[in-house]
Design a protein around this ligand. Structure first.
Ligand SMILES: Cc1cc2nc3c(=O)[nH]c(=O)nc-3n(C[C@H](O)[C@H](O)[C@H](O)COP(=O)(O)OP(=O)(O)OC[C@H]3O[C@@H](n4cnc5c(N)ncnc54)[C@H](O)[C@@H]3O)c2cc1C
Length: 535
């Protein structure tokens, strides 16, 4: 007899953990299937461990799928790492924890395209439901959800002086809360951690769960079983081999921007010619895997003694020992990011099109493409990242083979559009202008990267293609919409198949203006509401 659940949720990531818990709270039997390992380790749960996690390849590969892009023509043919969580909690277990909802207009744009129920007013209750913000409940913020959100604390002097210098140079306000009424300005970063604990969705939603929610780690779903046009279960691969699991009610794919489209295609749902080319039967001819897009940043690093931190094993070991004795007492209790800004460049319309991420650490240069341990400059430093938040370039995700264990072909087509380069260079020039302002320049010893070898706009524009890298925010491969090019409808149902939804970052029609974890969690909450509140 095959194992059975009411709902099968594939992928225990930012969206998947939320959907599974909310459905289980209704009394349903829910099975949450995750390819990666459990998350019960300090590597994942201690916020400051993101430094070692991302810089030591042996650690990273225990929780990362290890994907790379195809060679990117717009980026000098580089193959850029596409780090993606393979662990309970998904990417929310390995991300930078900075907490940004996006601009309210992003959701109004989704609704204006016909996605009823996804305007900012519609999604605000879902954003509020999952968070517990340090200021408590308000019109804009949630005060009692499972994910704790706090502001950066004990700012290093370098970050503080950047905040002040940037406000004056760019002529923008210092904002108390960029996740409230308006985003434009410079602020302390908000983070999804508190008291030295990362608030991944695994921590927030799975640590305290009932017996009707079963989590199956180290189990990879290889296809959705579809019978007579309806999803009736999944086929999985685990150490016991292959087996089928049936779903009485629905299958929900939350396997992320790469995993969900890959699974749809392996199940016969995708571009017909592409599927036939891999010998797969076509059940639904849909543009799965199109519309892939992502945020990019270019880091600029300045030697600044007031940056305080030093990126070396001794400095890290010292904090580790102190943290063991008094949890929450060192920089390891927080994310490395301290300050954020949203501003409008020359290319912007009504809303900011440039984000700056600020961290008081030096950063590997010129890029981190090679799968080796990178050694950043050893000096105390401040890094400011010019970040493109509305890329115009669009790419694809395709199957490399019909073997479910083969990595998909990820081609974001980075920097294909010149305007994407222009925004990044505008940001770099603004950073340089800020770092030479009187409010900060006395504390700046030199520009470490990109450095004096790239003195003007033309040189920066050329070098962007060597240095730009992903912020790890890919979205859009199972686009939500009401048109013929959509993959899921506004109820997140796969068009033309019953009993099958997709709910994760892949459904975003267009990327939000800010880091994508909060919007992915909101999509998880919305999906659960759509299922439980259906007439
Ligand atoms: C390194 C990194 C840093 C980031 N930093 C930030 C940040 O600071 N702030 C922010 O807002 N956003 C950040 N992001 C982005 C954010 O974390 C993601 O947008 C978000 O987590 C996506 O959520 P998701 O539910 O779509 O997918 P995920 O959270 O990635 O979940 C997908 C899950 O599905 C599992 N899965 C995939 N295929 C299968 C299969 N076939 N069978 C079983 N399981 C499967 C995966 O292992 C994974 O656990 C970062 C991302 C990364 C990778």
């Amino acid at each position: 007899m095959q194992p059975v659940a009411d709902y099968i949720v594939v992928g225990a990531g930012s969206a998947g953990c939320i959907i599974a818990k909310r459905l289980a709270d209704t009394g349903a039997a829910v099975l949450l299937i995750e390819a990666g390992r459990r998350d019960n380790t300090q590597l994942v749960r201690k916020p400051g461990m993101i430094g070692p996690l991302h810089s030591v390849p042996q650690l990273k590969r225990t929780v990362d799928w290890g994907h790379y892009t195809t060679p990117q023509a717009g980026a000098l043919g580089r193959r850029i790492p596409q780090t993606h969580g393979k662990v309970v909690g998904g990417s929310s277990s390995i991300n930078g924890m900075v907490f940004v909802r996006g601009n309210r207009h992003n959701f109004d744009d989704w609704a204006a395209e016909g996605n009823a129920g996804w305007s900012f007013t519609d999604v605000l209750p879902s954003f509020k439901r999952f968070e517990s913000f340090e200021d408590g409940e308000s019109n804009y913020r949630g005060g009692s959800g499972p994910i704790k959100v706090t502001r950066a604390k004990n700012l290093t002097p370098a970050s503080q002086s950047f905040l002040e210098a940037f406000s004056a140079t760019a002529g923008v306000k210092q904002l108390d809360d960029y996740n409230a009424e308006s985003q434009e300005g410079v602020s302390l970063f908000q983070q999804s951690n508190a008291a030295g604990l990362r608030y991944s969705t695994a921590v927030g939603y799975l640590d305290d769960r009932g017996s009707n929610l079963t989590v199956l780690p180290k189990t990879q779903v290889v296809r959705v079983v579809i019978e007579n046009g309806r999803a009736t279960g999944v086929e999985v691969l685990s150490r016991h081999g292959r087996e089928m699991i049936r779903a009485n009610r629905e299958v929900i794919l939350s396997a992320g921007v790469f995993g969900s489209p890959q699974l749809l295609m392996l199940s016969g749902i995708g571009p017909a010619d592409h599927l036939r080319g891999h010998g797969l039967d076509v059940l639904a001819d849909l543009p799965v895997g199109e519309n892939l897009h992502d945020h990019l940043f270019v880091p600029m690093t300045y030697a600044m003694p007031t940056g305080v931190h030093r990126p070396n094993p001794l400095y890290f070991g010292n904090a580790w020992v102190r943290e063991r004795f008094r949890s929450g007492s060192t920089w390891l209790a927080r994310s490395v990011f301290e300050v954020v800004a949203f501003v409008r460049t020359r290319q912007a319309g009504e809303i900011p099109d440039l984000q700056l991420h600020v961290l008081p650490w030096s950063y590997p240069a010129p890029n981190q493409d090679a799968p080796i341990r990178h050694k950043p400059d050893p000096r105390r430093a401040l890094t400011v990242m010019s970040t493109l938040i509305y890329p115009k370039s669009r790419g694809t995700l395709r199957l490399a083979s019909d073997d479910p264990t083969a990595a998909p072909l990820i081609d974001p087509n980075y920097l294909a559009e010149q305007s994407d380069v222009d925004v990044l260079v505008d940001g770099m020039e603004l950073i340089r202008e800020t770092m030479s302002a009187t409010a900060i320049c006395d504390g700046v010893q030199c520009e470490i990267a990109p450095g004096p070898g790239f003195p003007d706009r033309a040189a920066l524009a050329r070098e962007v293609r060597n240095r730009a890298t992903t912020v790890y925010h890919p979205v859009g491969t199972c686009r939500m919409g009401v048109d013929e090019r959509a993959v899921v409808d506004p109820a997140l149902m796969v068009r033309g198949v019953d009993g099958l939804r997709v709910a994760d970052a892949s459904i975003m029609p267009s990327i939000v203006g800010g880091n994508t974890n909060a919007a992915s969690m909101m999509i998880g909450e919305r999906c659960a509401e759509l299922i439980t509140q259906a007439p």
